[in-house]
Write a protein that binds this ligand. Structure first.
Ligand SMILES: [Mn+2]
Length: 141
């Protein structure tokens, strides 16, 4: 796991543990991803943090059930999106790619990195859903 990604996770996740997996998906110019929930992980107290690289996409975000209303967000190269807290199990998908919107990848397309906590955290004080140690010490002063 590259240090830049663990640093990003530590800054944004609000979760004490480190990410255990980085899923890498490539989207070609006509690729889509249907509405789904990320629920293969055993730890829902940790967010899923998504990093968009390359061509922009139209991301669709809904609620915790498939029938709830959705909204669309355009994600560009370098954008970071966290599905955490009440949004951790939100339905989401990718409606389309906008070809030619980034020069990052020589042959075009979009790469999406998703940082994930996969295993359940050990029970005990501070183990589950607590902010990183630095934030915790501020709160107890
Ligand atoms: Mn997903």
């Amino acid at each position: 796991m590259p240090a830049a990604l663990t640093a990003l996770w530590t800054e944004l996740s609000g979760f004490g543990g480190l990410p255990e997996a980085c899923l890498i998906n490539f989207y070609g110019p006509r690729a889509k991803m249907g509405l789904h929930q990320d629920r293969d992980e055993l730890e829902f107290d940790a967010p899923v943090i998504s990093i968009s690289l390359g061509d922009s996409c139209l991301f669709r975000l809904g609620g915790r059930t498939r029938s709830e209303p959705t909204r669309s967000i355009r994600l560009s190269s370098g954008d970071v999106l966290a599905l955490g807290g009440s949004s951790r199990l939100a339905f989401h998908g990718v409606d389309r790619i906008y070809p030619g919107t980034s020069g990052l990848l020589p042959e075009g397309g979009r790469i999406n990195l998703t940082l994930r906590r996969v295993t359940r955290s050990a029970p005990g004080p501070g183990a589950v859903g607590m902010p990183p140690a630095g934030a915790r010490s501020e709160n107890t002063r």
